[in-house]
Ligand binder design. Sequence first.
Ligand SMILES: Cc1cc2nc3c(=O)[nH]c(=O)nc-3n(C[C@H](O)[C@H](O)[C@H](O)COP(=O)(O)OP(=O)(O)OC[C@H]3O[C@@H](n4cnc5c(N)ncnc54)[C@H](O)[C@@H]3O)c2cc1C
Length: 419
Amino acid sequence: MKTGIAIIGGGPAGLAAAVAAREAGVEDILIIERDNELGGILNQCIHNGFGLHTFKEELTGPEYAERYIEKAEELRIPYMLHTIVVDIGEDKVITVMNKERGMFRIEAKAVILAMGCRERSRGALNIPGYRPAGIYSAGTAQRYVNMEGRMPGKKVVILGSGDIGLIMARRMTLEGAQVQVVAELMPYSGGLKRNIVQCLDDYDIPLKLSHTVIDIKGKKRVEGVTLARVDENRRPIPGTEEYYECDTLLLSCGLIPENELSSQMGVELNPVTSGPVVNESLETNVEGVFACGNVLHVHDLVDYVSGEAKLAGENAAAYVKGALPKAGKGIPLKGENGVRYTVPCTVDTERMAQKQIVRFRVGDVYRDSCLCVYYNDKCVSRVKKKVMAPGEMEQITLLKSKLQEAGDLESITIRIEQE
Ligand SMILES: Cc1cc2nc3c(=O)[nH]c(=O)nc-3n(C[C@H](O)[C@H](O)[C@H](O)COP(=O)(O)OP(=O)(O)OC[C@H]3O[C@@H](n4cnc5c(N)ncnc54)[C@H](O)[C@@H]3O)c2cc1C
């Protein structure tokens, strides 16, 4: 089987990339999705707050996904459900598997990686104690409650203050559970400020920063957990232990981009994001292979996922039509002094659009500081920011005209400086 553009993953990123590629004139597109429906993780996010940027409306996750699914259907973009990609070669030969056809191969001219991310598991977190029933990742609990109509438990402690954990604190409360506390190892929350206010403060659920679970009681089922305050090296401080009786522990301790397929095919990964290193076209080091959405870096808002995926779809379309100039060296983009990474990692002034959005996260909470952009050693922009936090994605916009005016640059650096 052959296709022009193969898109791995039918979540919001895969769908927006497919729509953009079709609108850019590519007929031959195939979305490959392992689940039994399109929409990705949004299908289990039944709360509202999606789409404020893209549609200027407040939608639920499934409603947001539906807009793109309808568009894909309207444009007659082919997709395969219940079909998992098990391997991709550097030659863009994709090995897939489904019930009807078993294992088979698809040859693609271009590939868009849109596999999303997965939650960090308890094993990776090394919590001491037994392994009783009642410990779930927040995303699994979200699926149980919102899609399968089952309650994981009644008395809940949540470890980790990522957005999914915060949203599940509210969701479990609305379903009648008693959410006692959200404990966060870091001195700041990993989630959006709006989720702390709307999901914890509004329901009087305490958030304990610089705290972790040091023991889980219960052999068959969770009976309780012990929390302790941690020092600046994240080590529990003796004497600060507090015991919480509970039957459920939800873990919301970070998301990891799903890049096993990407690294197998030789795509270079950024150790900070665990996502592919991409240039301004969102193309990886493997020519004709693009990446977007949470597989590239974990996003806070799905609207940004859709915007980024549109760019990947347009560039993949240009690539298969032979209209994308060959990637040059590009100017390296660097994050410094609190800026943890940048997406993209390089910009080629020939290939970039008139405006290039660069997204990143900061490594700590910064108040009353400045976000500065340097061309080589020269500061070209200094924007005052009241607060920047790791839970919220930041962005700057680079202008092609300004970069071309600047001539040959060795680097563009984004850094945080005192006001
Ligand atoms: C558990 C969880 C809950 C979340 N809840 C929220 C929330 O409440 N609010 C919010 O704003 N954001 C939430 N997010 C973030 C949300 O994931 C993103 O905003 C957005 O869904 C990312 O889109 P995506 O298309 O990149 O990834 P996804 O939506 O994850 O889609 C990726 C798709 O790729 C498919 N796939 C993966 N590997 C393969 C393969 N090998 N073969 C075939 N198909 C494959 C998956 O089945 C999936 O459908 C959540 C994320 C997770 C993991």
